[in-house]
Ligand binder design. Structure first.
Ligand code: PEP
Ligand code: MN
Length: 344
């Protein structure tokens, strides 16, 4: 339930509502907007009728039910869009944020070359996997702590804040020490023990949508983070499983616009995992931005044919530079489709 305070409500009246929500067995969550304050009553097992009755309390405008199952994530609870600050880079603000880097950190040289290259081309943040969720146990699993150290060095050299995946609760502390933002990978979107653990950190989280997750389930996964105390969450659409096999996943671009409609959280798109194809990264990135994405996350490798993971969907540095040029005005037609794709 949401208690909308009137724009003339006093702080004593707001405090009274907060107390009454606690007495009714709910947890109060307060959003102070520029014009009015909203107090959400969240939780299970509380007495709803006691909240409904608050509609006649002094300073209250009205009391409404939250339509979505994800309460704190809902735009109804917080009508203004949230901005997540990652080491000074603001995701959800006026500027579209580009996060770029290799799928996996493979060596110091590979990462530093990529980091300097993407920075020069205009990227705002660096990505790179240290702990990799590979489909086969025989594939490259990531360099672990060694990769974290290399990521830190790249951040020191370039100033780009770093995002890397955390796969297990055991790795959370060490990754928090080295990274600016923690990625919850698609396969772990519904790992509730991991979500609960990450909710207790103060780090920004990049929450990827599960390959088979409904938008509702994705938002509820974010709700675990917010209800656990961490509202620094960015949603990431990275494609879902459908009957189509021509692309690696089917990127659900409508869900980017929908997630922004339903939620106040920033939303980014991942055209690399979303398509699996170098040539589609540019066009899909442009489309995502045109429909309101707050950013994109793109895989870049100095030599994609030698990449230890996800080479076919990684751009080389020259291709990335061309894609970046095409992002400045996503609705302006490009000279040719090959150029638009960023593939020479
Ligand atoms: C990745 O970002 O490299 C990755 C493994 O992504 P996803 O979890 O979306 O598959
Ligand atoms: Mn990858």
């Amino acid at each position: 339930m949401i208690v909308n305070m009137s724009d003339t409500a006093t702080s004593d009246q707001i405090e009274h509502i907060i107390q009454r929500i606690k007495e009714a067995g709910f947890t109060p969550h307060i959003t102070r907007g520029t014009e009015r304050t909203i107090v959400a009553a969240v939780g299970s097992g509380g007495r709803r009728h006691e909240i409904e009755a608050l509609s006649v309390a002094p300073g209250v405008d009205n009391v409404v039910a939250i339509a979505q199952p994800s309460k704190l994530v809902s735009r109804q609870t917080r009508p203004t869009s949230s901005v997540v600050d990652v080491g000074g880079v603001k995701i959800g603000g006026d500027e579209v944020v580009v996060i770029a880097g290799p799928c996996s950190v493979e060596s110091r040289e590979q990462l530093l070359t990529t980091a300097c290259g993407v920075k020069k081309a205009g990227a705002h943040m660096l990505r790179g996997g240290a702990y990799k969720p590979r489909t086969s146990p025989y594939e490259f699993q990531g360099l672990g702590i060694e990769a974290l150290k290399i990521l830190r060095e790249a951040r020191e050299q370039t100033g780009l804040p770093v995002v890397t995946e955390v796969m297990s609760t055991e790795d959370a502390d060490v990754i928090c020490e080295y990274a600016d933002m923690l990625q919850v990978g698609a396969r772990n979107m519904q790992n509730y023990a991991l979500l609960r653990r990450l909710a207790t950190t103060k780090k920004p989280i990049l929450l990827k949508r599960g390959p088979s997750a409904l938008v509702k389930e994705w938002l509820l996964a974010a709700e675990y983070l917010l209800s656990g105390g961490n509202d620094q969450v960015v949603l990431c659409e990275r494609g879902i499983k459908t009957f189509e096999t021509a692309t690696r996943n089917t990127i659900d671009l409508a869900s980017v616009a929908l997630a922004k409609e339903l939620s106040h959280l920033p939303v980014v798109a991942d055209p690399s995992h979303g398509t699996g194809k170098q040539s589609l990264i540019g066009p899909v990135a442009r489309a995502a931005i045109a429909l309101g994405a707050d950013g994109i996350i793109v895989e870049v490798h100095p030599c994609p044919e030698r990449a230890l993971s996800d080479g076919p969907q990684s751009l080389d540095l020259a291709q990335f530079e061309r894609v970046m040029r095409g992002l400045s005005d996503p609705l302006r037609p490009l000279a040719g489709t090959r150029e638009g794709a960023g593939v020479a």
